[in-house]
Design a protein around this ligand. Structure first.
Ligand code: RTP
Ligand code: MG
Length: 140
């Protein structure tokens, strides 16, 4: 298995409810190492660019409005098969469908306010990491 890097965001519903520490703990307990981390209040343009793949969909405006409603924590996580392992750790997009013990099952409020983002493929991870971090900010 190969060491991979994935992009994680702790979303506004979680930062507003003081859940940053608990969620970081889940990452580390799962064997993911924090290689980069920063707190950002996204601009509308940054949020739209980040979720460009969803532009034109009915939920796009609400998703962007949510993502700029409070600061978020953006991270690069490192680990074996990190992209898939992290997606397994966060659980299904809809917390009602997320398995018990996953972050979204345990912390998310609903489909939109679902506490965390995770890259959905190694290609997305590469693009998303470059969207937020320069090489010198990633400690490998
Ligand atoms: P994310 O990108 O945030 O990690 O979530 P995801 O991969 O599990 O889900 P994705 O399909 O990429 O959707 C991004 C976010 O948009 C919201 N969404 N709403 N039909 C809807 O109302 C709908 N579909 C997606 C969710 O908040 C999802 O996290
Ligand atoms: Mg996605």
């Amino acid at each position: 298995m190969a060491i991979e890097y994935t992009l994680s965001i702790i979303k506004p519903d979680a930062t507003k409810r003081n859940l940053i520490g608990k969620i970081l703990n889940r990452f580390e307990e799962a064997g993911l190492r924090i290689a980069a981390m920063k707190m950002v209040h996204l601009t509308q343009q940054q949020a739209e660019g980040f979720y460009a793949e969803h532009e034109g969909k009915a939920f796009f405006a609400d998703l962007v409005a949510f993502m700029i409603s409070a600061p978020v924590v953006v991270l690069v996580l490192e680990g074996e098969s990190a992209v898939q392992n992290y997606r397994d750790l966060i659980g299904a997009t809809n917390p009602e469908e997320a398995r018990s013990g996953t972050i979204r099952h345990d912390f998310a409020l609903n489909y939109r306010y679902n506490s965390v983002h995770g890259s959905d493929s190694p290609e997305s991870a590469q693009r998303e990491i470059a969207y937020f971090f320069v090489e010198q900010e990633i400690f490998k």
